[in-house]
Write a protein that binds this ligand. Structure first.
Ligand SMILES: [Fe+2]
Length: 222
């Protein structure tokens, strides 16, 4: 059975990553209030799209098992020193598609490891079921696996030590989290989300997610 995550050593040209990193740093400097998450960062920093070279497109089509896929989003995650950890979650709790129909590429823009905000993955297969999620108090992470459920899983974890040009992928049912950034230097990574063009949306799962999201919003803003 395929794993829900994997490491991609030197999949990107380091000089291309460094070029994109410069543009992202300029963007960070221009922000008056820095968020921990930017959706569609390519609208502000178009050069991130340069990373989608032919080898990456081929890799994605292998991962989703079709050439008929599209790019849904390019997210930018920023973890400042001592930021809150990313709570354990499964992305498919909110995307609500088949376990093999989408994949995410995590591309660090600096050296990244478990101590400066790198994701930590549970060693589970890519078709692992979606667990119940509860609303969270962490901005931009609406739904999380309840701590009691997470602790009861007792599954081995894996994190990667990324150098410039390295990346990783995870399928949408992967369970992952971060410990936050325990260093005194900001860390950041891009996440490219791809989805097959033919997908099966689970409508009852969408309703469950919307309920959780609304509760999360009410908690943060009321
Ligand atoms: Fe995630």
């Amino acid at each position: 059975m395929k794993s829900s995550h994997g490491f991609l050593k030197r999949i990107f040209k380091p000089e291309l990553i460094m070029e994109v990193e410069r543009d992202l740093c300029e963007f960070i400097k221009s922000e008056k209030i820095l968020s921990n998450y930017y959706s569609q960062i390519n609208k502000n920093v178009p050069s991130v799209e340069k990373l989608l070279e032919d080898n990456i497109k081929e890799l994605v089509s292998e991962l989703v098992n079709t050439k008929n896929y599209h790019l849904c989003n390019i997210e930018f995650h920023i973890q400042i020193p001592n930021c809150a950890p990313i709570p354990p979650h499964q992305d498919n709790f909110y995307h609500c598609v088949g376990y093999s129909e989408g994949v995410k590429l995590l591309v660090p823009t600096n050296s990244l490891h478990a101590n400066n905000g790198g994701l930590i993955y549970l060693d589970i297969p890519y078709d692992y079921p979606i667990l119940d999620h509860v609303p969270s108090n962490v901005p931009n992470f609406s739904s999380i696996i309840h701590n009691d459920i997470f602790k009861s899983l007792e599954i081995n974890t894996k994190s990667y030590d990324y150098k410039t040009g390295d990346a990783s992928y995870h399928y949408l049912n992967s369970i992952h989290f971060s410990k936050g950034n325990k260093t005194n230097k900001l860390s950041s990574f891009l996440v490219f989300r791809f989805e097959a063009k033919k997908i099966t949306k689970d409508l009852s799962a969408i309703r469950k997610y919307e309920e959780c999201f609304n509760k999360h919003q009410r908690r943060l803003f009321s």
